[in-house]
Ligand binder design. Sequence first.
Ligand code: CFM
Ligand code: HCA
Length: 533
Amino acid sequence: MSESVKTMDKILESYSAKVMKNRKKHMLVVDHQEEKQKIDANTRTIPGIITNRGCCYAGCKGVVIGPVVDMVHITHGPIGCGYYSWGTRRNKGKAREGGKNFLAYSFNTDMQESDIVFGGDKKLAKAIQEAYDIFKPKAISVSATCPVGLIGDDIHMVAKQASQKLGIPVLSFSCEGYKGVSQSAGHHIANNKLMTDVVGTNDDYEPKEFSINILGEYNIGGDEWEITRVLNKIGYHVITTMTGNAAIDEMAAAHKADLNLIQCHRSINYIGDMIEKKYGIPWLKVNFIGVKAFTQSLRDMAKYFDNPQLTKRTEEVIKQELGEIKEDIAKYKAMCDGKTAMLFVGGSRAHHYQGMLKEIGMDTILAGYEFAHRDDYEGRDIIPDIKLDADSRNIEEIEVDQDEQKYRLRLSKEKYEALKKEIPLSNYEGMISEMADGMIAIDDINHYETEIFVKVLKPDFFGSGIKDKYIIQKMGVYSKQMHSYDYAGPYAGFKGAVNFARDVAAGVNTSAWQYIIAPWKKEPSLAGKIGVE
Ligand code: CFM
Ligand code: HCA
């Protein structure tokens, strides 16, 4: 029996029968001989277990809506949630020419006891007005935290009235933290509102050739800037990125694109599906992390557009960019070769970084997600198998509006079906398909399981979040926050790959880890050596 299987069994045996039954379904050892491996995901964490998950408000305000630069984002609730979702994610943004960027601000209604008792809607209306008077934003968002749902403030009515009075969109989100089982419910809530109230509202935009949107990319540490640098060089026109460094008018013109790219499937697949259904624009699953994956994604895009100049330019740019980074990657590979990694991140990075690690010679022996759904592990074709719940895709209500004159429908049904066989068009294979046999896939890992796996399987690198990073480092294993990249980045694209390789090479090779056990615990103290003890 492999060490991985033994460790999994050891962990499960230490649980009570009920917990064991639950956790057993959330972990597996990859075996591609088995026809279709199933893993439980997107279910409630067992109370008492120390999870790395966040909440619905974090997924809606913190993740999807928060990065839009020219909107004022108001958190309606007591101050804590607004404060702790302020700045830590490192989603960067710049003002457009003549425009504004409010990312450095934290706007909150700071509800007090009296607001909880007598209602907070008047305070919210005042806050919206005040924010408008001072900042004159193009749009405002209002995100509800737990107590707002409990006392029943009608934030949607307040937002509607404010929008009519001020003449700007005021988007309200009932994303109370307790909804759903994780951040995931918040992604869905944010996606739905962006689709109903923003996408499709800017018809003035005149799309250029090769127009695309990048969905599920949040410009953490500047990733989006490195990706668009390369895409622009090839000749693409990015109408909007959702929502890293996004601007409201650009998102409103998303329906004018030829193709949607989906980087993080988990947080934005709803918009990808809804745009496809409503406007007939397909989406392509891409991966911008790692040289090979980025190169492959660029080639898949060229296949979609099927234009000789674009294809030629794609190859030229790839060649040129590879030439510039080849030596650096080889240098860092030599420092990392043969080392092992574990990855536990939100809902997509545990997959995206495996290829990058492999390029520097590191195998990922365990990988998992905090809040992904089964399709992110097993692939989209398992969908009919999933019990639909409030937190699942729901595109039935979307009106179909496929006017070929108005929108840029590029593909006939036949071409679409033919392309689907060659590239991941409106399809995602999931993380497990790319993991090697014998590796562990684990959902919603808890701190106890993390400790055991790290102690027994001794990885050289652990890609983690803030909640687990220091526990892992205290065990003598280099741990990097894959959410915020600690203080570094960008890590996406060609130049990002070099940054990542350099940081990992430094982290796994530092001599710091040998001092985790104090030297005097391993060898006699100086006093002992000279015989005075
Ligand atoms: Fe998507 Fe993200 Fe992720 Fe995510 Fe997140 Fe994030 Fe993440 Mo933190 S949207 S699922 S909800 S790639 S904030 S930028 S790093 S957990 S793996
Ligand atoms: C969130 C945001 C987060 C948290 C990161 C972490 C991020 O889900 O609330 O736990 O280290 O990327 O900032 O995922």
